[in-house]
Design a protein. Structure first.
Length: 152
């Protein structure tokens, strides 16, 4: 457990809502073809960095006062031949609904516009793993697996 876990949880939600899910600004990355989405507030710094498009891998990391604190790796893939219309907007909408109690990805369940989102996670902020899925028309069209925890 970190010194102020409730504060970290709140920061994670805010960072996620202001980067990928909130169409945040990218910064230049040192790695070819990757996208870096940073967010900073006070002594906290967050970076979401990923590579790929329909099949992608990424990492989210949080530093506090210049020290590494927390991280999460993920791998996602579009399972349909192409993304259904409205998919990207729906996924970002679901991801903006993450909460301090579950700051990994989105909510357990969410549905809108013919899409269904489901996120299952085991563990706590210190050590966790999980999977999110998006279905459309009764078929799973996207899946992402994630894991992470505190870093020392």
């Amino acid at each position: 457990m970190v010194e102020n876990e409730p504060e970290l949880r709140e920061f994670l939600v805010e960072a996620k809502q202001n980067t990928y899910a909130g169409n945040g600004r990218e910064k230049e990355s040192c790695r070819p073809s990757s996208k870096d989405l940073p967010y900073q507030k006070g002594k906290y710094y967050y970076l979401d960095s990923y590579i790929g498009a329909s099949h992608f891998i990424g990492e989210e990391v949080v530093w506090h006062d210049g020290r590494i604190l927390w991280g999460m790796n993920y791998y996602g893939e579009l399972l349909a031949p192409q993304a259904p219309a409205g998919f990207a907007e729906f996924l970002k909408d679901a991801l903006r609904r993450c909460t301090p109690e579950r700051p990994f990805r989105g909510p357990r369940d969410y549905a809108a516009g013919g899409f269904e989102y489901c996120c299952e996670a085991a563990g706590d902020l210190g050590s966790f793993m999980g999977e999110e899925r998006v279905s459309h028309g009764g078929a799973i069209v996207y899946r992402l697996r994630f894991h992470g925890g505190y870093l020392r």
